[in-house]
Write a protein that binds this ligand. Sequence first.
Ligand SMILES: [Zn+2]
Length: 347
Amino acid sequence: MTTAIFRDALYLAHDPGHSHVERPQRLEGIYNQLDNPDIGEQFIFPKAEPASFDILSLIHNKAHIERIAQTKGRTYDALDGDTSTSPDSYDAACLAAGAVVEGIRMLVDGKADNCFTLVRPPGHHAEQDAAMGFCLFNNVAIGAQYAISKLGLSRVLIIDWDVHHGNGTQHSFYDTDKVLYFSTHQYPFYPGTGALTETGRGKGEGYTVNVPLNPGFGDEQYARIFNDILAPVARDYKPQLILVSAGYDTYVNDPLGGMTVTASGFAYQTRKVLELAQEVCDGKVLFTLEGGYDMEGITNGMLVGLVEMLGRTTLKDDILEKLSTTTCEFPGFNEARQMAGATWKME
Ligand SMILES: [Zn+2]
């Protein structure tokens, strides 16, 4: 397996302010692990170009791009109640979107089997015209639209397992069947979107699949959703590329989220997505970092995922067996499966 990892010191330079939870340390843990030659030498580390105005314009309007560009070199700018910038934030945000674009190009060109962009700032809350929820540009949405507009793809699946709903991503593709947006998230919760009944509009009807969840769910519940809702939807949609908004704020000790996922759960989720990608799109999958605010949770979550991407596993046989075959029942599951079943063939 050739697994491409995008990392850069610039992603650590974005600083939303002292004591902000979306801090550079979120990436330092995994970067330190990759600095260990025994770990790092198993991957390739391509370089990305910052996303140009034209690439950012695939999703964002001119006023928004200019608003973010104006923060360059400025000590501090507050863009909304919890989203702010430092002198290098604009450059970091352009490079984060650029990494997703370059990663997708590599997958489509066959230069990598799978890819993880270890970037900040995150993206899935960013709207066409606004920064929001720690996000400046919507990295995953820009990547998906790039794959469609510039590479000619017609079916891209975005899986968003962050504890928060990716409002910006959903809105970017609400009217189209070229992107299927699938999200698991705590609900009701920030940002307020992601109800079961939000399923898309017009040509996009059925191409948004939301799985809103009460707090308290962990490895087994997520495994059940991936096995018995996500998998049949993905098999029926047959995407040409899978993008994952990988958030680690479902971790049991996360200070923002209320879920109970452990490193085993993150390994299994990654594994299941990789397995589906093998089945439907020749393994082509790109993971990009979104949230995750417990340093141990995010570092280990990404690390066990990277092991899966290399074709190995950290999961013990009995845990893998349990998560692969779980039939656990919990509030929200049947409703979400039924709703997805209105459009997609359930096995
Ligand atoms: Zn989040």
